[in-house]
Design a protein around this ligand. Structure first.
Ligand SMILES: [Fe+2]
Length: 188
């Protein structure tokens, strides 16, 4: 018998949107039309529809039935393949927030978590450079015994990353224009 009891911990589930090339152009043109200015704070530099959007972006995504491809199919396969026991089937999950981040040269986002939800996701909609999202395995600072980070530089556009919402992550400065769609999911 082992002296250790291991609990399910932080994880990333990475998959690809099957029809990325078909849906990309339509979403990119919505964003180019919709984005206004840029937030430039110590925490983030990007245009984020998280603020003052009045649901225009999520209405657009729902009207065009894009949520199946970028959220529910990936969620379904994640839950089917989960390597530990889970309580929440996908049909008890809701999207609580859906927004886009439009980064230009130098755009970034400091360490943060997503609150009041269970899982979060990032869909890399448009990118021409190594992906800039870095995840922290054990909180922002990391404990001395577990300095674990994961750099997702190898991911290209079309990928979706799902993760437990309490995981810290950050976006390093982008060299070129980059767009991602982010979402929060509450599971009961
Ligand atoms: Fe985030």
């Amino acid at each position: 018998m082992s002296n250790f009891v291991l609990f399910p911990g932080p994880f990333l589930y990475i998959t690809k949107v099957s029809n990325h090339s078909e849906i990309k152009d339509s979403i990119v043109s919505f964003i180019k039309d919709h984005a206004r200015g840029e937030i430039d704070s110590p925490v983030e530099k990007a245009y984020s529809s998280y603020y003052n959007d009045e649901n225009q972006f999520s209405d657009f995504m729902i009207t065009n039935s894009f949520l199946t491809d970028i959220i529910w199919d990936p969620m379904d396969s994640m839950l089917r393949q989960m390597p530990f026991e889970i309580r929440s089937p996908v049909n008890n999950s809701n999207v609580t927030e859906l927004w886009y981040q439009y980064y230009k040269t130098g755009g970034h986002h400091k360490e943060h978590t997503h609150s009041n939800c269970t899982f979060s996701g990032i869909y890399i909609l448009h990118s021409t450079e190594p992906n800039k999202t870095i995840f922290f395995g054990n909180g922002a600072a990391n404990q001395g015994y577990q300095r674990f980070t994961h750099d997702t530089h190898y991911l290209t556009e079309g990928h979706v990353i799902l993760f437990p919402s309490e995981m810290y992550h950050k976006v390093m400065p982008n060299e070129h224009e980059r767009m991602v769609i982010s979402f929060n999911i509450k599971s009961r």
